[in-house]
Design a protein. Structure first.
Length: 305
C-alpha cells in the first residue's frame, strides 16, 4: 500500500474521504473549503479533543481501527452529555510521512464506524505531516429544540446515578503497563471505549438536572458537577459498580479511572431511569465526599502539580 508520504497530501485525502459515508445532516461533505452541516435547532453544540501518540494511545498496544473508534467515541460522548444528538466530526490528522497508508485508512474506518453507531458522519478535516501521530477531533451536535443538559443544575435532595462501565479502561491500562495479556475484556475497554449513547435521551426524558461524560474519573468528574452547581455530592462507594473482573484494585479503578466514557447525572428522587445505578446524593455544601470522607486521589490530570 505504500506510505502516506508516497501518497502525498492530496492523494491521502482522496483515499481517506472515499471511506467516509455522509449522513443526512451533512449538506456538503469533504472536498470543498469547509463542510456544511444542518443545524435545524439554530444552535450548534460543539466540542473538541486531542489524542496524542504516547499519551492517549500506543501503537504497540492499540491498532488503528481501535484508535479511530476511541477518538470518535470520546468526542461523541461529550455531545451526548449535553443532551444533544451528534451530527458530525471534523478530524485533524497529523502523522509521520513513513506511516503506512493502510494504517491511516483503517484509522478512518474506525472513526466512520463509531460515528455510524449514533448516526453521525466524519464531514471533513485536515492532514499534516508531524513527528508523531496526533488526532484533533471536533464534534458537532443538535439539541432538537431542548435546553442543554449542563453540569450546573444539581440541587440538594437530588440523587446521583451512573450509566455505563466504570474502571474497565483504567484496569486495562494497568494490565498493559504490567505486560499482562488479559483479561481480554479489560484490555479491549482501554483500547476502545463503549459509551452508552442512549444515556443522553434517557437522562433528559427522566428529568435529569445535571449530566456529564465520565472521562477523567468518577470522583473528579462529579466534582465538576458539585462546583458548577454549588452543592456537595456524597458518594456511597458500596453502590458504585466494581465487578470482580476489575481485580483487587477494582473499587479504586471505578472511583478514579477515566476513559470509559460512562455518564453520571443527578435526578430528582424517584425519577432515575431503570438502566442507571444510584450511587449517592446531593446535599448542601461543596465538593465530593466518599463514604463521608475525602475522596481517593488518582484521577487523570494533564498538568499535575
Amino acid at each position: 500500500m505504500g506510505t502516506i508520504g508516497d501518497a502525498g497530501e492530496f492523494g491521502l485525502i482522496a483515499r481517506l474521504t472515499r471511506r467516509l459515508p455522509q449522513g443526512s445532516d451533512v449538506r456538503l461533505g469533504p472536498g470543498d473549503d469547509a463542510a456544511v452541516i444542518a443545524a435545524p435547532d439554530a444552535r450548534v453544540v460543539a466540542t473538541t479533543d486531542l489524542l496524542v501518540e504516547g499519551r492517549h494511545f500506543r501503537r504497540d498496544w492499540s491498532g488503528p481501527y481501535d484508535i479511530g473508534r476511541k477518538a470518535a467515541a470520546q468526542n461523541l460522548a461529550d455531545i451526548v452529555a449535553m443532551g444533544a444528538r451528534p451530527t458530525a466530526l471534523l478530524v485533524g490528522f497529523a502523522a509521520p510521512p513513513d506511516t503506512c497508508v493502510d494504517w491511516a485508512e483503517t484509522l478512518y474506518d474506525g472513526l466512520a464506524d463509531e460515528c455510524r453507531v449514533v448516526g453521525a458522519s466524519v464531514a471533513g478535516g485536515d492532514v499534516v505531516g508531524a513527528s508523531e501521530i496526533t488526532l484533533a477531533v471536533t464534534a458537532l451536535g443538535d439539541l432538537g429544540g431542548a435546553a442543554p443538559l449542563t453540569r450546573s443544575g444539581a440541587r440538594p435532595g437530588d440523587v446521583v446515578a451512573v450509566r455505563g462501565r466504570l474502571g474497565y479502561a483504567a484496569a486495562g491500562l494497568a494490565l498493559l503497563d504490567a505486560g499482562r495479556d488479559g483479561p481480554a475484556e479489560l484490555l479491549a475497554a482501554h483500547r476502545r471505549p463503549e459509551p452508552p449513547y442512549a444515556a443522553g435521551d434517557e437522562a433528559r426524558s427522566h428529568g435529569a438536572t445535571a449530566l456529564l461524560d465520565v472521562s477523567d474519573g468518577l470522583v473528579q468528574d462529579l466534582g465538576h458537577i458539585a462546583a458548577a452547581s454549588g452543592v456537595q455530592i456524597d458518594v456511597d462507594s458500596s453502590a458504585v459498580p466494581a465487578p470482580e473482573i476489575l481485580g483487587p484494585d477494582g473499587q479504586h479503578h471505578a472511583l478514579t479511572g477515566g476513559e470509559d466514557h460512562a455518564f453520571a447525572a443527578t435526578f430528582p428522587p424517584g425519577t432515575v431511569p431503570p438502566a442507571w445505578t444510584v450511587i449517592g446524593t446531593v446535599a448542601e455544601g461543596a465538593g465530593v465526599r466518599v463514604d463521608g470522607r475525602e475522596p481517593p486521589t488518582g484521577a487523570w490530570d494533564h498538568f499535575p502539580t
